[in-house]
Design a protein. Structure first.
Length: 156
């Protein structure tokens, strides 16, 4: 097998993985009466992600996402959705920074449990899609901040 055909096979594998992720987004939909709800839009491509969540003891207790994005944005939301419940803000923020570095500066794949972002390695070359890929993480962080603020206000 030549290097070129091996590379084509790898691209094909990643494409199938991206489409499989995009078709099975965990926690798709909306929550009833969430502590926080945030809608983020990518001005570059128009993708949107709405994240609803509840926090308990600083961790995501309930999570839902409504994703209207390209296959790359959907795949990214799927990876996040599979791991979001039980995570702290620090864990989500670290994963977002690692994902950003992976896309923009040839950084490593995010650490476990977010190593599923490996499927998006081919997206490095599609800079106009990076915002869509980061959208679910950014909406989740903003919703976590919103929920933490409401929780702090309720306490005192």
């Amino acid at each position: 097998m030549t290097d070129a055909s091996a590379e084509q096979d790898l691209i094909g594998l990643y494409s199938r993985r991206i489409l499989a992720l995009a078709s099975e987004i965990p926690h798709a939909g909306r929550l009833s009466d969430p502590q926080a709800s945030v809608k983020r839009r990518s001005p570059v491509c128009g993708s949107t992600v709405t994240v609803d969540l509840d926090l308990e003891d600083g961790r995501i207790a309930r999570f839902a996402q409504d994703v209207k994005a390209c296959a790359l944005g959907q795949a990214s939301a799927a990876v996040l959705g599979a791991q979001a419940v039980g995570r702290t803000r620090e864990e989500i923020a670290t994963a977002r920074e690692q994902l950003r570095a992976m896309l923009k500066s040839d950084g490593e794949v995010p650490d476990a449990p977010f190593e599923g972002y490996e499927a998006l390695l081919p997206a490095r070359d599609y800079k106009h899609r990076h915002a869509s890929i980061l959208l679910a993480m950014e909406a989740t962080l903003e919703a976590m901040d919103q929920a933490a603020g409401e929780s702090d206000a309720a306490r005192g």
